[in-house]
Design a protein around this ligand. Sequence first.
Ligand code: SF4
Length: 465
Amino acid sequence: MNMYHAPPLRADPWRRVGDWLFRHRRHIQMAQWVVVGLYLALLVVPLLLPLPDRTATIWNNLTRFAQLMFWGIWWPFVILVTALVGRMWCGLLCPEGSLSEFASRHGRGGAIPKWLQWSGWPTAAFALTTVYGQMTSVYQYPKPAALILGGSTVAAMAVGYAYGRNKRVWCRYLCPVGGVFALMAKLAPLHFRSDPFLWRLSQQRGEKPGVVECAPLVPLRTMRGAGDCHMCGRCSGFRGAIFLARRSPNHEIIHVAGTVPKPAETVLILAGLLGLAVGAFHWSASPWFISAKQALGGFLIDIGWLAPLEQALPWWLLTNYPERNDVLTVVDGALLLAYMLASAATLGAMLSLSVALSVRCLGRWDGRRFHHLTQTLIPLAGAGLFLGLSAMTVTQLRSDGIVIPFVAEARAGLLLLAATWSACLGWRVGGLYTESPGRRVGSMACLAFAWTVAAGSWILFFWVW
Ligand code: SF4
């Protein structure tokens, strides 16, 4: 196969960064193997150690250190970095993506089946891993972390081995966090831009530049957004039409997201990130959860059925660490599941109603507008996820004596910024569908309910409970 070779040197600094990525593939691959080594060490070594006792800190205990790295640093900051520079983590450093591509390079190269290309897999996988992670206390213990992260890595390699050649089929269609990263990347002020005019010009000149191995299978010629691109730089300079470029962080949501409705993304935003994930972060602090537990416990005692109040399950089904005095009973597990599902259903329904009313204010009902307006909530969804995950960072560091100053102020500032950003997007998107100022204001008033619900759930968590 005739492969695409190096682009010419260019003056624009961002294009040079893209070209640098192209030219330093070997160094990037070396860095990927270092990350794979660190990842496997942090996943496996804690399994061989006893559970940390009360005196263990991140400085003297590898299990505590791995917890902080995975859930306190890696997760929240990859979300943040993706919103700032696109999916560079995926393309340049992600160990799971690297291993999946490695397996694909040496695999059987099968055709990708239709069922695997279903657009709902990332949303379904995100929901399942979120629920399962809470049931097994993945943030606290090494065994569920190894099961969930390691299981996902093994599955990524198996899919890589079975389908595609030099591709990342897992990352494109199945990764449980791929959907979240695709949403966050829409906010990034950097992207690989494919210019249709320059592409046509190159074709008219009869250029035959070879083939680009785009691992996540992005259609290079028609690429208009950053959601699927892993920012690996392998297409930088291709046909003189693709290059790393700056853009407005609003551009993709206003001008691209509405062109192709993506119902799976709508479900992920409304019921996933702003519903289920909120329930997963909230339950342990929620007075409603405690009240429901007391009410159900009282009821079971009244009817004399005590087994669900005492029965535990294996650690891989429900948290079970008697040596740490941390055991969830069947009642705890059922309530935890119910709490997360109720959060997804209730918050998802309130947000959907708000967006639907906003669509009606803009004119006749239109499903495409509904999906488009939902995308304006991405800043709030991303900020909520970052706040929930970074709350663990703050707690973990505080328990080791490291107190981060101005945390409450930073949280309030981030929520305010995200709500303002969502409002600006809502106003601009509304303007695409109506010229009437009255309709636009009405649409914003309905969306304001969604911002209140989305921000309010974090205000409850951080400042009320
Ligand atoms: S479009 Fe594909 S090849 Fe180009 S930077 Fe993105 S992931 Fe890499």
